[in-house]
Design a protein. Structure first.
Length: 364
């Protein structure tokens, strides 16, 4: 393995769309949602151990989640735990991680990945990421992995690449034309039919010395807050330095702040099976534990009858969940909350919005 290759796992989000299982006190990346009784963060960490040296895997999270990171990855060196004072989305996170790595290794090539992806076809995934690392090492390219779509989907962002279906099938780096945030159903259909679009995986690969000047050129409102990082990072002044920078920082994504504006964006069409488990709908689509009527159950004990395409999820051991006469519903049971609503994401959004009102603090 190349000693200059690094992986940065972004694990600071609160996973609000996965409420009530995911809360501000314990977000989804620290939940054992997946088979094998491992947290999503742990699974992500183990995935990249086959690609970069273990000592080169870093985790960025909020200060309040530090203990949960170490519970998931007890072998993580303390110096590899990057603590943000507040959640400010991925652009400030990227700035912090980039400056941190440049202080450690000016030749660093970085993989930035969320902590909540499910990826099958491990060999294909490893080969794709290693291909991206090799390309990034020799080029001034900001690379993202684009997932070859098999259906129109309004839950993902899209990347338009140069060329058509033939170029996509080669799985080689392609110049990016445009980024599009989650489109309408009609537009997603047009994207798929054109053969020029990929799903945006949110996994990025680039050299630290390439992303640094692009950030400073395209998102100076954020990077100006990190002026003086050379003397602060990896010293006793780092925490106070970050407190000030994050307190004044905007909440914005690296996609919007840099990737949609840069002329150095490239995408590699990826052929591995990929699931972004960001919502209950996405977990329902992923799980293969469905009965003949399309009901998915992740619960200790459940009786279900005269129901179609429901998703029943419970964290309480030994509790019997009984469901009858529902169609396309979510039944989510935790120690504090029982949520029963249509499986449509618009309905769950409304519930989450109400929880933000005064009086519901203990359930967030």
């Amino acid at each position: 393995m190349n000693s200059h290759n690094y992986c940065i796992i972004m694990a600071g989000g609160i996973g609000s769309r996965f409420w009530p299982a995911s809360t501000e006190k314990k977000p989804k990346q620290f939940l054992e949602i997946l088979p094998g009784h491992k947290t999503m963060l742990r699974v992500t960490y183990e995935r990249f151990m086959d690609i970069v040296p273990a000592e080169n895997i870093l985790v960025v999270t909020q200060e309040r989640y530090a203990d949960m990171v170490m519970e998931s990855i007890p072998e993580l060196p303390t110096k590899n735990l990057l603590l943000e004072p507040y959640g400010r989305n991925t652009a400030p996170c990227m700035a912090y991680a980039t400056y941190k790595l440049l202080k450690r290794d000016p030749e660093a090539v970085m993989i930035m990945t969320p902590a909540d992806h499910i990826i099958a076809d491990t060999e294909v995934f490893n080969a794709t990421v290693k291909q991206a690392l090799d390309y990034a090492r020799g080029h001034e390219a900001l690379i993202t992995l684009g997932i070859l779509p098999d259906h129109p989907d309004t839950h993902f962002g899209y990347i338009q690449a140069t060329g058509g279906a033939i170029d996509m099938d080669k799985a080689e780096p392609l110049k990016v034309k445009t980024f599009t945030e989650k489109p309408s159903e009609e537009l997603a259909e047009v994207f798929i039919q054109s053969g020029e679009f990929l799903w945006n995986s949110g996994i990025f690969i680039w050299r630290a010395d390439v992303i640094k000047p692009e950030m400073e050129k395209l998102m100076p409102v954020i990077t100006n807050l990190f002026v003086g990082w050379e003397g602060a990072i990896d010293t006793i002044m780092e925490r106070d330095f970050l407190q000030k920078a994050y307190a004044e920082s905007l909440k914005t994504s690296i996609d919007y702040a840099v990737m949609e504006k840069t002329g150095k964006a490239w995408v590699i069409p990826a052929k591995f099976e990929w699931h972004d488990v960001g919502t209950w709908s996405s977990l329902y689509a992923y799980t293969d534990k469905k009965d003949a009527k399309g009901n998915a159950v992740i619960a200790d004990k459940c009786l279900i009858g005269e129901s179609d395409e429901d998703f029943i999820y419970s964290t309480e051991k030994g509790k019997l969940i009984v469901v009858k006469g529902l169609k396309d519903y979510l039944v989510i049971n935790t120690d504090k909350v029982l949520m029963i609503c249509p499986r449509d994401e618009e309905n769950t959004k409304g519930v989450i919005t109400q929880i933000a009102l005064p009086g519901y603090e203990e359930f967030r």
